[in-house]
Ligand binder design. Structure first.
Ligand code: HEC
Ligand code: HEC
Ligand code: HEC
Ligand code: HEC
Ligand code: HEC
Ligand code: HEC
Length: 305
């Protein structure tokens, strides 16, 4: 065993190692398609950093486990430097949900940024508008991961690391919230129903037909919103009202809708006081938990219409 480890700790092609290994012990794992280990295995700035190695071997870490152990605690490597937990100190070790995406320093932040390729800027495909949807400082109720993805129960759950290297955007129920011509959401199915059929365009990184971005009664049904183009999609007028002027007033009768028109002295907050206020010449959402929350918030009520 000593001899094997001596050989292993050098940077040499694996086939040589495994020729030597197989001469000594037939139970050792089959040769993985990597070299162990080039200089820089521990240096995040090196092209040989072990994170890149994991990415280049389909992310599953199956190869790593062959030597470092199924529990990542050393396996066949008897030296102290076989244990991944030396640095990956969470109970799941390198399988912790913020290891490969999210904030490596904060286990509560598992969504990008950081994206899988290391990007942290929102114009990058994998980062996009995650922060705006998930955390504070936005105009609407926080959106959970499962409204856009299926969350894997564990690291090797089906659908997580699949053959497709891109993540899958699979919409949950919120983006499909129904609204209809009646004023209540006790649906009167005899009236026309706005039934969103959300879709994600992997080429343009954009969403269409979502309740959240306009597919509701008097909303902007044909609004297509980019995940990566900054704050456009969050501006007044984008999801309801006029995109160009930023006026959020939904379609009124004159525009083929049914929302009341504004008369002098009346502002949005006259009828939607829990949601919006007119401050310093512009509308502001005063309680984001009540905006884009699947309900119509009118007067002091929060109702299913
Ligand atoms: C010497 C400390 C150290 C050891 C030991 C270590 N890691 Fe890491 N690992 C890190 C650091 C630090 C990062 C994050 C680097 C960054 O992106 O800033 C990381 C990142 C990763 C990533 C994320 C890759 C990516 O590109 O997002 C994976 C996967 C990983 N390690 C797996 C392992 C496995 C498996 C082992 C054991 C075989 C291991 N690590 C041992 C320090 C270590
Ligand atoms: C064929 C066996 C083998 C395979 C497969 C293997 N390693 Fe290693 N690894 C070793 C040995 C032996 C050491 C200790 C000697 C050294 O540093 O080269 C080591 C050391 C490391 C270290 C440095 C740990 C420290 O504390 O200094 C990291 C990080 C690491 N491996 C990550 C990985 C990752 C990630 C994978 C999977 C992509 C992997 N290894 C696959 C044998 C292997
Ligand atoms: C509003 C919808 C939305 C929500 C909510 C959301 N995501 Fe995403 N996510 C996306 C989109 C869009 C992409 C980009 C897909 C693409 O084009 O490759 C993405 C990509 C990703 C990726 C792959 C990143 C890359 O580098 O390719 C990961 C990982 C991910 N999301 C995890 C999460 C996690 C974890 C959560 C919850 C904490 C979450 N997402 C919440 C829409 C969302
Ligand atoms: C070793 C790296 C790694 C670890 C650890 C990891 N993921 Fe991922 N995750 C990925 C990769 C790679 C993708 C995108 C690839 C794909 O979809 O095939 C991804 C995608 C995702 C997505 C987007 C939807 C999807 O499946 O495409 C979610 C949500 C997610 N991961 C959640 C988690 C959770 C929860 C954990 C912890 C149980 C976790 N991840 C741990 C690498 C990792
Ligand atoms: C991301 C899309 C989006 C943007 C941007 C947006 N809204 Fe909304 N807004 C909605 C949705 C969705 C509803 C709920 C519609 C429903 O359920 O019938 C809504 C409802 C409202 C309501 C009715 C009260 C309520 O919450 O039920 C007011 C008032 C309102 N928005 C004002 C604004 C103002 C002011 C702005 C700009 C600061 C704005 N909205 C920007 C999507 C948006
Ligand atoms: C006079 C009261 C009144 C005023 C003022 C008012 N609303 Fe409404 N709002 C309503 C009523 C009633 C509904 C339900 C309309 C329906 O279902 O036909 C509604 C619904 C909405 C909806 C959900 C979509 C819809 O039309 O059902 C949004 C978004 C909205 N209002 C935004 C605004 C904004 C933005 C303003 C200010 C520019 C505003 N409202 C001013 C009474 C008002």
């Amino acid at each position: 065993m000593k001899k094997i480890l001596f050989i292993l700790s050098f940077t040499i092609p694996l086939f040589i190692i495994f020729i030597s290994c197989s001469e000594i012990n037939k139970d050792l794992p089959a040769a993985p398609e990597i070299n162990i280990h080039k200089a820089g295995i521990k240096d995040p700035n090196s092209p040989n950093f072990h994170g890149r190695l994991v990415a280049s071997t389909d992310w599953t870490m199956v190869e790593c486990k062959k030597c470092h152990g199924a529990d990542y605690k050393g396996g066949i490597i008897t030296e102290a430097n076989g244990n991944c937990f030396t640095c990956h100190t969470q109970s799941a070790g390198p399988e912790a949900c913020n290891t490969c995406h999210g904030d490596f320093a904060d286990p509560t932040k598992i969504a990008p940024p950081r994206a899988l390729d290391g990007s942290i800027i929102s114009s990058s495909r994998g980062v996009g508008a995650h922060v705006k949807h998930l955390y504070a400082g936005n105009n609407g109720k926080k959106v959970l991961c499962n409204e856009c993805h299926i969350i894997p129960a564990s690291f090797l759950s089906e659908g997580h690391l699949d053959n497709n290297p891109r993540s899958e955007v699979i919409f949950g129920s919120f983006s499909k919230t129904l609204t209809n011509e009646s004023d209540t959401r006790d649906y009167d199915y005899s009236l026309p129903l706005f039934s969103p059929n959300p879709s994600y365009d992997y080429e343009n990184n954009s969403c269409a037909n979502t309740y959240c971005h306009g597919y509701f009664k008097n909303g902007n049904l044909d609004n297509i919103v980019s995940f990566t183009s900054g704050s456009e999609g969050g501006k007044c007028g984008s999801c309801h009202g006029n995109k160009d002027t930023g006026d959020p007033l939904p379609k009124t009768q004159q525009q083929g809708g049914s929302h009341p028109s504004l008369v002098s002295g009346i502002t949005c907050q006259s009828c939607h006081p829990t949601v919006v206020a007119f401050i310093n010449g512009k509308y502001e959402i005063i309680d984001s938990s009540k905006h884009i929350n699947g309900l119509l918030n009118i007067f002091d009520q929060e109702r299913n219409y």
